[in-house]
Write a protein that binds this ligand. Structure first.
Ligand code: 5RP
Length: 236
């Protein structure tokens, strides 16, 4: 690590480096997606090279798979690994109960499958991701492209009945075209401002036809490693 990092990158990197030390010889490790997870993957690559650490990595996106291979981590599929010792991933928000919003990088579906198939999920985050109530970050929902506008209408009607402050959903775009996830789906971002009951919302969203998965991670995360801009690290 170098001293010229911005405070935010320093916070992300120290959290990732601390979590990388929790990975032990022979582990099967779920590798998250995003800028914080990229610090983790690069650090694990260094440990593989310098310490002869042997691990199997299960990436949560094509981007992470490519980075993991580049840094020398053995990449296997989730089905090859079967079950994982730990998944380490970033988050867009976490609250006091360690519930999360994820999916800012559009990888929430694989991230949730991989984290759920792990003995332990460790989140790595800069301190700015901690919130009193989830929802300021728009909640990503992965939807099937077929009839996505109808799905959006159904979601907005549902939101009208829920304990949230906002009810609009926007299609995530990338270079003037709808974002396409690794599974070929689209992302709707729900602008809720505050989610009163994340557990209930997570359950009911997934009952709408066309919704594949939502970015609320409830009772999945076991530990958060929080990095600060001055290099301090806290565990929750
Ligand atoms: C990707 C994610 C990321 O973990 C989340 O968006 C955090 O990203 P970053 O570490 O770049 O802030 O959920 O789908």
């Amino acid at each position: 690590m170098t001293a010229e990092l911005s405070p935010i990158d320093r916070a992300k990197s120290v959290a990732a480096y601390r979590a990388a030390e929790m990975v032990e010889e022979g582990m099967r490790v779920g590798l998250g997606t995003g800028s914080t997870a990229a610090w983790l993957v690069r650090r694990l690559g260094e440990r593989v090279r310098d310490e002869d650490l042997r691990i199997k990595g299960v990436p949560t996106s094509t981007a992470t798979a490519q980075l993991a291979r580049e840094v020398g981590i053995e990449v296997v599929s989730l089905d090859q690994a079967g079950w994982l010792d730990v998944t380490i991933d970033g988050a867009d928000e976490f609250d006091g109960e360690l519930n999360l919003i994820k999916g800012g990088g559009a990888a929430l579906l694989q991230e949730k499958i991989v984290a759920t198939a792990s003995d332990q999920m460790i989140v790595i985050a800069d301190a700015g991701k901690e919130v009193e109530a989830l929802g300021a970050f728009p909640l990503p929902v992965e939807v099937i492209p077929f009839g996505w506008q109808t799905t959006r209408t159904l979601i907005e009607e549902l939101l009208d009945t829920m304990d949230v402050l906002g009810t609009s959903a926007t299609l995530r775009m990338n270079n003037e075209a709808p974002t396409v996830t690794d599974e070929g789906n689209h992302i709707l971002d729900l602008h809720l401002q505050r989610i009163g009951n994340p557990r209930q919302l997570a359950l009911v969203l997934n009952q709408i036809p066309g919704v594949v998965e939502n970015g609320l991670f409830i009772d999945i995360c076991d530990k958060v490693v929080i990095g600060h801009g001055d290099g301090r690290v806290e565990l929750r």
